[in-house]
Structures are given as structure tokens and as C-alpha cells.
Design a protein around this ligand. Structure first.
Ligand code: BTN
Length: 264
């Protein structure tokens, strides 16, 4: 079904099963900002929007989690945001972790790479960051809302360029797979949209079990979670049914709702 934006027919008119609209833009500061504005307009007009992907060829002020910035390296990094109807009730809080699990599974299968999820949703290969996900909620006056799931992926970026940018902990599809025609911007976008379209139908019922399958952490790993000035340390003990991090400490288990994970 095509949403109120109409069929914009970019990407050679390709159609997807679940992604109804693809908005392909040239250069924008942040696809999440464009996607949010779109979602807010839909809510203000009380219109419905089917699943929409907002893609930019170049993103100049990409946003990362916890107020960080995200470098997209021009067209060689993929920047896109999915606008999804936000489920009501307990499902709502699970959207970030479910999105992370789906994307990690889809990229692993699609590129034959062991993509792991560092809690909550950093996409790692071999301990280095291949991409990240920033999920933001957008609600109207009623319960209705949209989730904006922004995905940044390092595509055909040579490792030397990541290093030169001070991103020694990062990797890219090029660094992991070697030069391939399908890592060029256009084919990469098609592949990733196909993978995400499939991933949107991927059921994630048991979040603790699904996260364990893709987790970059193993039981007992010493971790530190930094959230502003607050640091919580403990050993990794999985995630809750809603995807919150559980750390084991000498005085019992703690559940961590947000923050950045570092080795302890
Ligand atoms: C992180 O690892 O901190 C999350 C990075 C998310 C980056 C993506 S790129 C597409 C979308 N638009 C943004 O401004 N941010 C997300």
C-alpha cells in the first residue's frame, strides 16, 4: 500500500513489501530530523503514514546516541531513517532493541558477516563499530505516534580513512569484505533497503534469547555503563523482556535503562 506521500518512484521504481515510501534526498543535515518533521506533520494533520524510508545521499550533521555526532563520509556511508507506526502499550518501549536485533540479523545474513550488537544498538564486527542506530519517538496529542529508526552504516570507507578521522574503533563493509561492486553507493542502498524490508517482518518474540544470539557481550563480561555523570559497573547478565541491560553486582542485579557500554 502506498502512503499519502504517493509513490515517489526513486531507485528505478523498485517496490518493497513493507516499506511503502522511499524519500531519496540529496544533502540534508540529518535524515532523522527530516523523518521526525515528516512524522510530526502527519500527526498534526491526523493523517496516517505507512512505513517510510528517508534516505540521504549525503548527511552533513548526523546525530548519534547520547548527543554525539555521526560522520557519514559522504556517499560512502549509508544514512537512512525509517518512520514506523509506533505500537501502543508495552511494545513501544521495545522498538529500539527489536530494531537493533532485526538490523543485526539482516546485515549478518545479507553480507555473511558476524554483525554483533553492543547494547543497546551499536552494530559491531570483530569488536569494531560498523554502524549505529538512533531511535527517536514522535508522539501526538493522543497515543498515536511514530518511531524514527535512524541507521548509519560505514559502507565503502577504507580503514585508513576511518583511522585518519580518529575512528580507530570503527570498521566498514569495505574493510571487512574487500572491494566489491555491490558496496558502491547505489547498489549498497538497494541491498540495505531490501534487507531492512525483510527485517521488518522478522518476528522477535523472546527479546532476551534473541539479543543473546546477536550480543557482543557474553555472560559475566565486566562492563561499565556511562550515562552522563553516572557510571554503573557489573558483569553482563543479559537483557530484560523489554531489552534493558542487566548487570550482576556483589549486592544483586541492577537494570540499566540507558547509557554507553564500555569494557569494565
Ligand atoms: C550511534 O551509534 O550513536 C547512532 C548513530 C546513528 C546514525 C544515523 S545516520 C542516519 C540517521 N540520521 C541521523 O542523524 N542519525 C542516524
Amino acid at each position: 500500500m502506498i502512503g499519502p506521500l504517493g509513490h515517489l518512484a526513486p531507485l528505478g521504481g523498485r517496490r518493497y513489501r513493507r516499506i511503502a515510501n522511499v524519500v531519496l534526498l540529496g544533502e540534508v543535515p540529518s535524515t532523522n530530523e527530516v523523518a521526525r518533521a515528516l512524522a510530526e506533520r502527519m500527526l498534526a494533520e491526523d493523517s496516517d503514514l505507512d512505513v517510510t524510508a528517508v534516505v540521504a545521499r549525503r548527511q552533513t550533521a548526523g546525530k548519534g546516541r547520547t548527543g554525539r555526532s555521526w560522520s557519514s563520509f559522504g556517499e560512502r556511508g549509508l544514512a537512512l531513517s525509517l518512520v514506523l507506526p509506533w505500537p501502543e502499550g508495552p511494545e513501544r518501549v521495545r522498538v529500539p532493541i527489536v530494531s537493533g536485533i532485526r538490523v543485526a540479523r539482516a546485515l549478518s545474513a545479507g553480507f555473511s558477516l558476524p554483525v554483533r550488537l553492543k547494547w543497546p544498538n551499536d552494530l559491531l564486527v570483530g569488536g569494531r563499530k560498523l554502524g549505529g542506530i538512533l531511535t527517536e519517538g514522535c508522539t501526538g496529542s493522543e497515543e498515536a505516534g511514530y518511531a524514527v529508526v535512524g541507521i548509519g552504516l560505514n559502507g565503502a570507507i577504507p580503514r585508513a580513512e576511518l583511522d585518519a578521522a580518529g575512528l580507530q574503533g570503527a570498521t566498514s563493509l569495505l574493510a571487512e569484505l574487500g572491494p566489491r561492486a555491490d558496496l558502491e553507493p547505489e547498489p549498497l542502498l538497494h541491498t540495505v533497503l531490501e534487507l531492512l524490508d525483510g527485517a521488518l517482518g522478522d518476528e522477535v518474540d523472546d527479546i532476551p534469547a534473541a539479543f543473546a544470539e546477536v550480543a557482543a557481550h557474553g555472560p559475566g563480561d565486566p562492563l561499565e555503563v556511562h550515562d552522563g555523570d553516572r557510571v554503573v559497573s557489573g558483569s553482563y547478565a543479559g537483557v530484560t523482556d523489554d531489552g534493558f541491560l542487566v548487570l550482576k553486582r556483589p549486592d544483586g542485579e541492577v537494570t540499566v535503562l540507558s547509557g554507553d557500554v564500555h569494557p569494565g
